[in-house]
Design a protein around this ligand. Structure first.
Ligand code: HSE
Length: 297
């Protein structure tokens, strides 16, 4: 009658793939309990670790769950307990973890009437509440695992991409909050043809590198000349962190989602740990509090 879930953190964009690429972190995330209740509808009965609204219509998990329940006649209702470990406004998919967890849990308790790809559509409604934009690049990897490509969001077309066996992510979160809506407001609505060509060359390169386990190609493709220059000024120590990632052997590095977290991808756990150490040193020297994760992807 109840299910306990791990709701993973995710890295959206992956430099070149703004709003289309994302990946799931295996070891960083929230916990959630979803329980059947005789009272119909959805109630968020507990949120631990964050100050977030309990009202169903104002909570991303609640909104995602309601979007799902509009499509199916459930004989019972649901209660949700959320144990937040991912900070809001951190850039590693805090709202996506809650939205994805709620729809995944309810789907399990209902006997899996929806496919995971269908669940992405419902979870996107939570993202819309959080940021004003129903992007799928965090909820898709949270629900499908590994790397995902949102080839199209309307109609929704999601491609799951294999993870190279020896690829690890390091993510550092300087302890400031950056709202996705604010980080989107600094973006330009048009891009030059020259930048677009560079960007889609890199997206193709990154996807090809992931399929063929070509780590060098993955590294060469982790660039972003459209979004990163506009957003990186909002992130303390961005250039130093990025430089330290390269010095310590990362394949590439960039802003995680809308920031302020910064990610690096590395071949091998040892390198990913060395990258984490280098990043820690940068923020230690700046006297800036941070959290850091290393995770298989
Ligand atoms: N693709 C979104 C953005 C992700 O960068 O605004 C937000 O987590």
């Amino acid at each position: 009658n109840e299910i306990k879930l791990f709701c993973p953190a995710t890295i959206a964009n992956l430099s070149c793939g703004f709003d289309v690429l994302g990946l799931c972190l295996e070891t960083a995330g929230d916990e959630m309990i979803v329980r059947k209740s005789t009272e119909k509808g959805v109630r968020i009965i507990k949120i631990d670790g964050a100050y977030l609204p309990l009202e169903t219509e104002k909570n991303v998990a609640g909104v995602a769950a309601l979007a799902m329940l509009e499509q199916i006649d459930s004989p019972f209702g649901f209660e949700i307990e959320i144990y937040k470990r991912i900070k809001a406004g951190s850039g590693i998919g805090s709202s996506a973890a809650s939205s994805a967890g709620a729809v995944f849990g309810i789907n399990e308790l209902l006997g899996q009437p929806f496919t995971r790809k269908e669940l992405v559509l419902f979870a996107m409604q939570g993202e819309k509440l959080a940021s004003g934009n129903a992007h799928a690049d965090n909820v898709a990897p949270a629900l499908l695992g590994g790397f995902t490509l949102v080839r199209s969001s309307s109609p929704l077309d999601i491609v799951k991409i294999p993870s190279p066996t020896d690829l690890y992510a390091t993510v550092v979160h300087p302890q400031i909050e950056l709202k996705t809506s604010d980080a989107r407001s600094v973006l330009k609505q048009t891009v030059s043809l020259k930048s677009a060509i560079t960007q889609w060359g890199n997206v193709g390169g990154l996807v090809a590198g992931l399929y063929t386990q070509d780590y060098e190609l993955i590294g060469r493709s982790l660039h972003d000349e459209i979004v990163e220059p506009l957003r990186s000024v909002l992130i303390p120590g961005f250039d130093l962190i990025k430089k330290s990632a390269y010095v310590n052997g990362a394949l590439g590095s960039g802003i995680s989602g809308s920031g302020p977290s910064i990610f690096a991808l590395s071949k091998g756990l040892e390198t990913a740990n060395a990258v984490a150490k280098g990043m820690s040193k940068v923020y230690d020297e700046m006297n800036l509090p941070y959290e850091i994760h290393v995770s298989k992807v």
